[in-house]
Design a protein. Structure first.
Length: 331
């Protein structure tokens, strides 16, 4: 494992998890942030984990809620608070990657539910991506509606993958447009995790690879999507640009953990760095983990133990662990 600036590494530091700032070894870097988690600290956090059966309710074609309790969940409504006792509950907004399989996404839902953290899974189809006004923006509306309908879900964090970053930032575009209505939602967010996050430049390549494994079709589809972004500027591309601007701005304004890989051709380290360097310049805490060899949106599968450790330490850092512990103890 390579140790470099802005790297997150596991190291023995006693009985507490702490963030340490060191002077950068690379002259091009102003500082090096090392996220240090002891082998004693992570098990201490992990001790609160309780294995649970996945318990969910489908809210729409794009939204599904996974509860960390066994309480019966109502159908045909976005308002779940009464069924959950209207108690304050932490929740993760999980923005899935394009064409993700349920069994893969369920691993993340299970991880958070075992900690006592509810999950709102958000996913879009290729159609939703390519027709933003009729697709992704409608999904963003649903997400905001759910958050308004469930004020007891607090604190909130984001865990997004690949094109899921675009879906979340479409929601932030809507927050800005109707700021008076939606701004209270921002106060509930405490952190964000981005795994293989893709910016607008990665849409043609990433989408073509998500839809098919046929190399010939991938190349043809990539060329078509590059053409599409040029020809459909006012009906599609302009919306991607507005959403991308919210990502570069860190509109939600909370600390972030980025998972990236030097072997990822879709969400390249250079692409992601353009975003988090702007956040660092504004003073936002940014932590990254870059693997030398790890596939796009496959970091958890390829490095399960390290991935979980880093997520747990980040959750502790942003204050999600104690609310999760309280929620779990009330079940």
């Amino acid at each position: 494992m390579l140790l470099h600036s802005r790297s997150l590494v596991s190291a023995v530091v006693g009985n507490t998890c702490r963030l340490t700032t060191l002077s950068a070894k690379n002259a091009a870097e102003t500082r090096s942030l090392i996220f240090r988690s002891s082998r004693a600290c992570v098990p201490a956090i992990s001790s609160m984990i309780q294995m649970r059966y996945l318990h969910s309710v489908k809210l729409s074609r794009n939204l599904e809620f996974f509860s960390s309790t066994n309480e019966a969940l109502p159908k045909d409504t976005m308002e779940l608070g009464p069924a959950l006792g209207n108690r304050k509950r932490p929740m993760t907004l999980l923005f899935a990657w394009l064409m993700s399989r349920e069994k893969h996404i369920h691993k993340y839902c299970q991880f958070y539910n075992n900690l006592g953290i509810d999950v709102l899974k958000v996913r879009i189809s290729p159609y939703d991506l390519l027709r933003p006004t009729k697709g992704a923006q409608c999904v963003a509306d649903q997400v905001l509606q759910f958050l308004h309908s469930n004020p007891s879900h607090n604190p909130l964090m984001i865990h997004g993958f690949s094109v899921g970053a675009y879906v979340f930032t479409e929601a932030m575009v809507k927050v800005e447009k109707e700021y008076e209505k939606h701004s209270p939602l921002l106060n509930r967010f405490v952190g964000q995790i981005w795994d293989s996050a893709v910016d607008i430049d990665g849409i043609p390549y990433g989408t073509s690879r998500a839809i098919t494994n046929n190399v010939t079709l991938q190349k043809s589809m990539q060329k078509y999507l590059e053409w599409y972004l040029k020809v459909r500027y006012h009906s599609a591309t302009i919306h991607y640009e507005r959403a991308s601007a919210k990502m570069h701005q860190n509109y939600v304004g909370v600390p972030a953990l980025f998972f990236i890989s030097n072997s990822d051709p879709v969400a390249t380290p250079e692409m992601v760095a353009k975003v988090y360097k702007k956040w660092e310049a504004k003073g936002y805490p940014v932590y990254t983990k870059c693997w030398e060899h790890s596939r796009h949106v496959s970091h958890y599968r390829m490095h399960p133990k390290e991935y979980e450790e880093l997520v747990l330490v980040f959750l502790e850092k942003i204050g999600m662990i104690e609310p999760a512990r309280q929620a779990a103890s009330s079940c």
